[in-house]
Design a protein around this ligand. Structure first.
Ligand code: GLA
Length: 388
């Protein structure tokens, strides 16, 4: 949808012009999965699709929310902004961000009309919720003149997800949405929040996203269960290494020496994934910087295997897409991306192999699952911004 059409949709919904239009992107993670809430490294990039937010003041002391995908307008009084709505209402994502401003002592004495339009495929694990959170935080930061930096805006989004959506996520998605840069991936240390923007210059290779169309069930409790299993592993390791701050601190060699302290076999597998994935992520970034793209691809494949066998967040849909991709000679690497349990894979594919990739992977996937996959060539875009 063009900007003009979006602005017209705002006029249709609220009977006046929008005062500002903001955008924040979805993300795809190249490597470094389920490491963020363990203080590890991640390597995501922002995408060209994301969530738009149009906003204008009102004189009614009401916060009004409308999404172009839903017919109704949700209206809240300014005194009703600190509690989530029941039944996993979509408004909880932006509302949870507004609540964080209030929590920080910022006064909101003015009503606003808000219109949302998202272009991230829903349920694909490409962070449509983070895009919605960050675009809200970004817009209110400007309108309220709070001057928070982008990292703080990402943290506001994460807090919204924890407190209003009940998902104990790490910082990766909101950070990528806030800090993304065109044609760069973000090498982020999720413990210190230090990051480096690494150019993704792939000669004759594209980043291809394959959508299982099997919804990822991030809110199903399976994600929070992984967070809790890692916490258990950490607590058990602390019986022999009391000063250990997080799992990601351990090298693989250090982990081998003390892993027997983890008595729970599931927690042990989860921790082994985290420690290995942090190493793979560091190695992958070095390989990319050195132009060793084949090495990068192998590490992507190893990441998938570890997420399949040790972290157990893949399943038939993601495994079929990744494993069928590995069979094609022009595929450099392929793995699940995001939280897992459905959603998407990310693959590096040589230009000339893309038609074969889409045809063969798509056909094998449909035969096995009865679902048609979708394929997108990823465009790596910029982070949150005002567009009008
Ligand atoms: C989801 C979460 C992120 C991260 C990934 C897995 O996308 O929101 O914080 O944990 O899963 O890497």
């Amino acid at each position: 949808m063009e900007l003009q059409e979006l602005k017209k949709a705002f006029v249709d919904a609220y009977g006046k012009e929008a005062e500002g239009v903001f955008f924040s992107p979805g993300r795809v993670n190249l490597i470094g999965e389920h490491t963020d809430y363990n203080g590890g490294y991640v390597f995501p990039c922002a995408l060209s699709f994301g969530t738009y937010l149009l906003i204008g003041k009102n004189e009614d002391c009401l916060m009004r929310f409308k999404s172009l995908n839903m017919p109704e307008v949700t209206e809240l009084k300014l005194t009703e902004l600190t509690k989530p709505l029941p039944n996993n209402h979509w408004v909880n994502y932006p509302l949870g961000c507004i609540a964080q401003f209030l929590k920080k002592g910022v006064k909101i004495s003015q009503g606003y009309d808000i219109l949302i339009w998202g272009t991230v495929p829903a349920g694909a694990g490409l962070s449509s919720s983070a895009a919605l959170e960050v675009v809200t935080a970004y817009a209110f930061n400007e309108l309220l003149g709070t001057g928070y930096d982008r990292t703080t805006l990402a943290l506001i989004g994460q807090a919204s997800e924890h407190e209003f959506a009940g998902v104990n996520c790490g910082i990766m998605d909101q950070f990528a949405s806030a800090q993304g840069k065109q044609n760069h991936a973000i090498f982020l240390n999720c413990d210190t929040m230090e990051f480096e923007l690494v150019p993704v210059k792939l000669e004759g290779i594209k980043v291809v996203i394959s959508n299982t169309h099997s919804p990822h069930k991030l809110d199903s409790g399976a994600y929070n269960a992984r967070v809790a299993q890692c916490q258990l592993a950490l607590e058990q390791l602390r019986t022999v290494r009391p000063e250990l701050k997080n799992l990601a601190e351990l090298t693989e060699a250090e982990f081998e020496k003390i892993e027997s302290a983890i008595t729970d076999p599931v927690a042990h597998r989860r921790a082994r994934h985290v420690v290995g994935e942090v190493q793979r992520t560091t190695d992958a970034v070095k390989a990319l910087q050195a132009g060793e793209i084949e090495t990068f691809g192998k590490l992507m494949n190893q990441s998938h295997v570890s997420l399949r066998d040790d972290y157990e967040v893949t399943g038939l849909h993601l495994d079929t897409l990744a494993e069928e991709a590995w069979k094609i000679p022009g595929v450099i690497g392929s793995r699940m991306t995001g939280g897992g349990f459905g959603g998407c894979t990310v693959s590096l594919v040589k230009d000339e192999a893309i038609p074969e990739f889409i045809e063969k992977v798509g056909k094998a996937y449909e035969e096995k699952t009865g679902i048609k996959a979708d394929f997108y060539i990823a465009e790596i875009g910029d982070g949150a911004r005002r567009i009008f």
